[in-house]
Every structure is written in structure tokens, then in C-alpha cells.
Design a protein around this ligand. Structure first.
Ligand code: SF4
Length: 348
């Protein structure tokens, strides 16, 4: 017999088919949202949900209104799909995955837990899993200890510790959400949702600016400095070098035209073609590759002591900027103190 999921549980697991059926049974359709007051209220609440994700919140606070909680989950996914910003999608995926992990981990209703895990495509509490399933579940994990060659395999089964089951569950939930986005949204719906999408884009830009502030070239990580120096010296950058430079400069809020200027001295520089390529990357809002990927492509160069503390060039930039700002404040305080000393000595 099919399990009946309580409405409150649907807000914890809004991706279940039961949630869609719950909305459908009440005659709620996405297309109707912009046309009604309550629908527009849900759209505004969906923006709040997305802003929580942009701000890196661990979890989105639920209301007492089951329909609203399920609707904001659905609408948030629709809206980020319309905005088409990979970074934004990743943030929403991260938040939703953490939220679901939180509930499923402490779920006391075993039948419900199994039902949710079945939808996610994972079996909970399994000490051994088949090699095929293991490869599927670990495909997004990069640590060497997860490579099949480093595991105990017996009779086609891989042994998994309790801690590892937890990690697999987290990864599976994240993969589940990640693989579904962006959704394919009809152009007419995209058009109707444009005012809400514009609000999200504006918030994202505002937060990016607040995050990185005014561009400070002296805080660029060594790898990016080397790539820019190479471009300025007329070296033809590799595809990965161009991609890393463009995404980095875009992520710290440089405009496409300014980015094109960085490549202007490349031997094969073609302004239109370069602008087109830069636009392709900036429109999709790709994030700068992590240090590990930069290393793989041979463009992690001139590492310094700060590189030992970070795993991403953007984190390097953020930390270095803070260090430079603190140094600048200290220098200013020293200058002020010394000029005050000079004045008081002259007055003696
Ligand atoms: S460690 Fe990271 S930030 Fe440092 S040079 Fe390498 S890629 Fe750049």
C-alpha cells in the first residue's frame, strides 16, 4: 500500500511526488502565480528563499503554511532556472541539500525515511553496497580514499563505514538537486516572471559587490596575476587560462568590456570574437575553477604562503584584500600618529 505522507512532512521533503500532487489537488498551477495576490505573495517568499541561499544560510526557515512552503520551494527552482546563473543555482542546491539532509538524518518515521531515500535513489543504513551503485554514488567525490581501487571489495560489494554512509547520503542529496537544475521553462513563463528575476539578479550583484568590494589588483592570486601578466606580454593563453582569467575577473565584478581589455595584447586578439567569448562566459556566470582544477590544468603557478590556507582563488582574493585593508589602516594610523608627534614637537 502506498504511504500517505503528512502535509507537514511534505514541507520537509517538497521534492516528493506527493508534494506535487498536494498542490495539484488544490488546483495550484505555476502559470497562475503572477495573476493572483496570493500567488505574487508566494513569488516574493520564493525570492526570500533564494536570498537565504545567496547569503549562504544553512537552512530556510519554514512557515506554518504548508502550501506556501511547498510553493516557495517549487517557485525558487523556477526562478533560478529563469535567471540562468550557475553560481545562483549552486547556492540554492547547497541550501536545499543541507535542509533535506538535516531532516532525513533525524527522521524518526522509518517508512517515510525509506520512501524519501527511494526517491533520492539511495538506501539508508547499508554497510555494503554493490560496486555499480558505489561508483554511481561516489562519482562526485574527488578524495583518493573513495576511489574503487582503494576500497575493500568482496564478492561485488563495497564496505562502507557509518561516517561514510553519512557522506554518501549528503552527496546523493546534492547530486539529486543539482542534476535537476536548471529546469526548462517556457519563454512565456520566463517573460511573466521577469520582474521577480530582475530582483534576484539585483540582489546577487549587490551581494557580489558587498562580498568583493572595489576591485584591488594587488590582491589578485598569483595564478591570475601570472595569466594577466602573460596576456599583457602578448603570450597566447590556453583555453583554461582564458577561462580562469575571465571567470575570476567577472566574479569580482569586472565588466565584460574591461575583461576584453585584459586580452587586448594577445597575439591573436580580435575584439569582436573576444567580446563574444567573454560574453558567453559572463552570461552563464561560471565560477572560477578551484585551486585543484587550476593545478590539473597547469595554471596554478607562483604559489605563496596564503595559497596554503585556501582552496579557491576567490578565497585567496577575499583574504588578501582583508589583509591589505588592515595593513592600509595600520599605515594610516602610523602616519597620523607621526604627524601628530611632529606637530606637538613644533609647538613645544
Ligand atoms: S593555490 Fe590557488 S590561488 Fe594559489 S596560485 Fe594556485 S590556483 Fe592560484
Amino acid at each position: 500500500m502506498r504511504l500517505t505522507v503528512e502535509p507537514r512532512d511534505l514541507t520537509h521533503y517538497p521534492f516528493l511526488k506527493d508534494s506535487q500532487e498536494f498542490l495539484a489537488a488544490r488546483g495550484i498551477k505555476i502559470r497562475d502565480f503572477t495573476a493572483s495576490t496570493i500567488g505574487r505573495k508566494y513569488l516574493d517568499a520564493a525570492i526570500d528563499r533564494i536570498v537565504c541561499a545567496i547569503d549562504g544560510k544553512e537552512i530556510y526557515p519554514e512557515s506554518q503554511d504548508v502550501v506556501a512552503d511547498i510553493a516557495t520551494y517549487v517557485l525558487a527552482r523556477v526562478l533560478v532556472s529563469c535567471v540562468k546563473d550557475r553560481n545562483l543555482i549552486e547556492r540554492l542546491v547547497r541550501m536545499e541539500a543541507r535542509r533535506v539532509y538535516f531532516y532525513i538524518h533525524d527522521e524518526e518515521n522509518e517508512k517515510l525515511k525509506n520512501h524519501v531515500c527511494e526517491t533520492l535513489g539511495i538506501t539508508f543504513d547499508l554497510e555494503k553496497i554493490s560496486v555499480i551503485k558505489y561508483v554511481e554514488l561516489t562519482s562526485t567525490i574527488r578524495e583518493p580514499k573513495w576511489r574503487l581501487i582503494n576500497r575493500d571489495v568482496d564478492d561485488g560489494l563495497v564496505t562502507i563505514s557509518d561516517d561514510e554512509q553519512d557522506i554518501l547520503l549528503r552527496e546523493r542529496i546534492k547530486f539529486f538537486f543539482d542534476s535537476q537544475l536548471p529546469l526548462t521553462i517556457p519563454l512565456s513563463v520566463e517573460h511573466e516572471l521577469m520582474p521577480w528575476c530582475d530582483k534576484i539578479t539585483a540582489t546577487l550583484q549587490e551581494r557580489t559587490f558587498a562580498d568583493f568590494g572595489v576591485i584591488d589588483e594587488s590582491a589578485y592570486p598569483p595564478c591570475i596575476q601570472a595569466l594577466i601578466a602573460g596576456a599583457a606580454a602578448g603570450v597566447n593563453l590556453s583555453h583554461s587560462g582564458r577561462f580562469a582569467t575571465t571567470t575570476f575577473l567577472n566574479n569580482i565584478s569586472m565588466t565584460p568590456t574591461q575583461i576584453v581589455g585584459v586580452f587586448a595584447r594577445s597575439p591573436d586578439f580580435n575584439p569582436d570574437m573576444t567580446l563574444y567569448q567573454v560574453d558567453q562566459i559572463t552570461t552563464h556566470e561560471y565560477t572560477t575553477p578551484a585551486c585543484q582544477t587550476m593545478l590539473t590544468h597547469g595554471i596554478c603557478v607562483n604559489r605563496d604562503h596564503l595559497c596554503d590556507k585556501i582552496t579557491h582563488p576567490l578565497n585567496y582574493y577575499r583574504s588578501k584584500k582583508k589583509l591589505l585593508e588592515r595593513k592600509h589602516l595600520r599605515d594610516e594610523a602610523k602616519t597620523l600618529a607621526s604627524s601628530e608627534k611632529n606637530i606637538s614637537e613644533k609647538l613645544k
